[in-house]
Each structure stands twice: as structure tokens, then as C-alpha cells.
Design a protein around this ligand. Structure first.
Ligand SMILES: O=C(O)CCC(=O)C(=O)O
Length: 280
């Protein structure tokens, strides 16, 4: 433990310096994804995200778009049982399976909110479609309070079925997104914050539950504290897109024709990821 603390003392300044540069806006950044009323909506969403680290957009996707996303989701997770997470199905490579996913991930208002937050270029760095089936209540992995140890990073979660506030929702501690953690607190056991939440019952009033009708969108900074919840109160169908501004890229596959048909700056939200791959 002492060795870990010494290592943390050495690494923390480096970690904070990297995060300082990561958070610095790019003065040349001028991406706009929408205008008029949509831009006003994006500005309101951005203000909430900036203040709280999370903005909830209840029932954002509706009608045909929602139905297409639900059908694409059902197709993508079918038989994809997850070995690491009991009673769940997961698919991490779904953009090639159905065009509805890329349309949702490049929604102009949602991208405009993210652009206003990052104030620098960003792209899809990782994504995941997940179905949680009812399960035993338990605290493990991402189902404990944690931050994602990647500094500032925006996640956009779309709920594809109705999800109750006492269901298998994700919980987010609002206003926890600006904290810089020490290197040690970002590693292993130290990155789990269940004890902190127990020791501060007053935090309860700051918890936002990511729940609502099908089509609800939550945009949150994964540097803030958040926790999934496993329980027997129904399931959760969700797709999460992670937008990265400088690092933590993961390989992502897309259909070439869909990406080549995109206008700038939408196209760059795909191609800026140095690990993106276009397939025919
Ligand atoms: O799915 C959940 O409840 C947790 C999600 C999470 O930890 C994340 O998106 O970083």
C-alpha cells in the first residue's frame, strides 16, 4: 500500500497535467451540427450538462426512429450472452449491423450539446448495446459507484424500453464531474466509491436516476460518479455511445457507404478515431 501511495504521489501531477490539457478548449474549434430552434435546444442541454455533469432528455427518440432503433437493437444483442455480467446480453460492434445506430449517434442536437461541452474536436471512441435481464441484487464492477478513470469523457445512453426509477437504471451523482482524482483513486479498489456515498447520506439529493420512457437519452460526463444497479425490477435495453476528444480510442467498424455519404463535420465524428475501420 505504501508503495502504491508513493507511486500515486509521483503519477498524480502527470495525470493532472494531462487532464488539464485535455480540458483546455481549442480556440479554433467551430463545429456546428444544427441551427435555429435546434441550436437553442442544444444550448439548454449543454448548460445542464455543464452544471450537473448530466442532462436527461426524456423520450428524445420517438416514432419511426425509435422503432428502427429497437428493431436494430433486438437483432444486435440476440444470442450475445455476456460472460462477465450475469443475465445480460451485449454487443460492442453494431454499427455494421444496422444504419439506425449511426443515425442516432450522429443526431445533430445531441452532437451540438457534446461539441459545446468539449469545445474541441471529438469522435465515437467506443460503443455498447446491452440488455440487462432481471438479476440478483449485487454490487460489482460498474454496478458500484465509480468514475471511469479516463478524465473527462462523454457518454450518451439511449434507453430503448421504458425503465422505472427503481429498476436496473444507472444512477449519477450530479455535480461530481469536475473533480480531479489522484492516480491512486483511479486504480483498482480505490476507483470504487460506494463507501464515500454511504458516508455522505446528503449526496442522496444529488442523485439523478437514468430512467424514463423508451427513447430517453442521458448525456453524462463519465468523470462524474455513477453506478449501475442490478435487481429484479424488470430489465434494461440500452445503447451507449462514448465520444472521445483526444485519447482512449477503441477500434470501431462502420459501413463505408454510410460514412462516405456524410457531410462534414458529421463525417469527422467517425473518422477522427484513428482506429475506425470502414467495411463494404
Ligand atoms: O450501465 C451502467 O449502469 C453503467 C454504465 C457505466 O459505467 C458507463 O457508461 O461508464
Amino acid at each position: 500500500m505504501i508503495a502504491q501511495q508513493i507511486w500515486s504521489l509521483i503519477k498524480t501531477p502527470e495525470f493532472r497535467l494531462k487532464e488539464y490539457f485535455h480540458r483546455r478548449p481549442d480556440p479554433k474549434f467551430d463545429w456546428h451540427f444544427c441551427s435555429g430552434e435546434d441550436a437553442t435546444k442544444a444550448q439548454e442541454g449543454y448548460q445542464k450538462l455543464e452544471e450537473d455533469g448530466i442532462v436527461m432528455l426524456p423520450g428524445y427518440f420517438q416514432g419511426t426512429m425509435l422503432q428502427e432503433l429497437q428493431a436494430a437493437f433486438d437483432k444486435s444483442v440476440a444470442d450475445q450472452w455476456c460472460k462477465l455480467n450475469p443475465n445480460s446480453l451485449q454487443c460492442d460492434e453494431f454499427f455494421v449491423k444496422d444504419p439506425a445506430f449511426l443515425r442516432a449517434a450522429l443526431d445533430p442536437v445531441l452532437l451540438d450539446i457534446i461539441g459545446r461541452y468539449y469545445k474541441k474536436k471529438f469522435a465515437l471512441g467506443r460503443s455498447c448495446a446491452q440488455r440487462l435481464l432481471p438479476a440478483e441484487t449485487g454490487r460489482y464492477g460498474s454496478y458500484q459507484w465509480h468514475h471511469d478513470t479516463r478524465g473527462r469523457q462523454i457518454h450518451l445512453m439511449v434507453l430503448l424500453r421504458d425503465l422505472a426509477e427503481d429498476g436496473q437504471r444507472m444512477s449519477y451523482l450530479s455535480k461530481s464531474h469536475q473533480t480531479y482524482y489522484s492516480y491512486l483513486r483511479g486504480r483498482g479498489q480505490g476507483s470504487r466509491f460506494d463507501t464515500d456515498l454511504r458516508e455522505h447520506p446528503e449526496y442522496k439529493d444529488r442523485i439523478v436516476e437514468v430512467a424514463g420512457p423508451a427513447g430517453t437519452v442521458a448525456i453524462f460526463d463519465a468523470n462524474g460518479l455513477h453506478s449501475g444497479n442490478r435487481n429484479n425490477n424488470g430489465g434494461r435495453d440500452q445503447v451507449t455511445f462514448c465520444y472521445v476528444s483526444v485519447r482512449h480510442w477503441k477500434p470501431q467498424k462502420f459501413r463505408r457507404a454510410e460514412v462516405e455519404a456524410l457531410q462534414e463535420p458529421f463525417k469527422q465524428v467517425v473518422t477522427l478515431n484513428p482506429k475506425h475501420e470502414l467495411v463494404d
